[in-house]
Design a protein around this ligand. Structure first.
Ligand code: 8X3
Length: 248
């Protein structure tokens, strides 16, 4: 059975993806919250073999320590799902807190780079594999009050395209999955725990849920070996572009 490593696996899209692909993959579940990781691992180990790694993707040393010191039987990683990512604040560039802006670059861009660089030696050894990067509609469109979040996702798009080119000779597929509005902890984190503000984002229409994107990721992974889905954007039915929603 192939091994898949998923970051941000304790909630939202990451958790839904872990559950969805558990029947077909052994799983390395990564997250910051040790207790939540143990809970998810206990659940999923009824379906498949699970190994957990607790680190913050923005902590370079922690990422490399955890991944390079994987037990040998967990090193043959075939699938990397770079899901960990956050938005911090929704404010104009002039009003935004610099700490928030840095956190988004540290997690969404540098974190993705650290994890990928740490996992790549295993993929390269096997001359096959698949990297799936969670982008966003914010990686294709820039909206007001989101300059740095959008910049971080544009970076994910560029890294995805660049990695695909560089990894061509090594038989490794690279895909960007770009969701629109998905009802997860995303908005709660963006609005720093303000549940009412977070709920407003998804009011008046049926948003996507983590399971919808998990379906997309499973579809991307289920393609025949010669088929590489380069990128895929998924909206709720009521979403027209990054900021346009039909609300009832
Ligand atoms: C999350 C979607 O539209 O809030 O990446 O940027 S959006």
């Amino acid at each position: 059975m192939k091994i898949a490593l998923i970051t941000g696996a304790t909630s939202g899209i990451g958790l839904a993806t872990a559950k969805k692909i558990a029947p077909k993959y052994k799983l390395i579940l990564c997250g910051r919250r040790t207790e939540k990781l143990a809970e998810v691992a206990a659940q999923l180990s009824k379906i498949t073999q699970v190994h957990t790694l607790s680190f913050d993707v923005a902590n370079k040393d922690a990422v490399f320590n955890a991944i390079t010191n994987l037990p040998n039987e967990w090193k043959n990683i075939e699938v990397l799902i770079n899901n960990a990512g956050n938005a911090h604040g929704l404010a104009s560039f002039q009003d935004a807190e610099l700490d928030d802006l840095e956190a988004m670059i540290d997690i969404n861009v540098k974190g993705l780079m650290y994890v990928t660089k740490a996992v790549l030696p295993y993929l390269l050894q096997q001359k096959s594999g698949h990297i799936i990067n969670l982008s966003s509609i914010a990686g294709k469109q820039v909206y007001a009050n989101g300059a740095t979040y959008c910049a971080s996702k544009w970076a994910v798009e560029a890294l995805t395209k660049g990695m695909r080119l560089d990894l061509l000779p090594h038989g490794i597929k690279v895909t960007a999955v770009a969701p629109g509005a998905v009802d997860t902890e995303f908005s709660l984190v963006r609005f720093k725990g303000d549940a009412a503000k977070a709920a407003d984002v998804y009011k008046g229409y049926e948003p996507l849920v983590g399971e919808d994107i998990a379906e997309t990721i499973a579809f991307v992974l289920d393609q025949p070996e010669h088929v590489q889905i380069a990128d895929i954007t998924v909206f709720p039915k009521a979403q027209g572009d990054g900021r346009t929603f039909y609300r009832e």
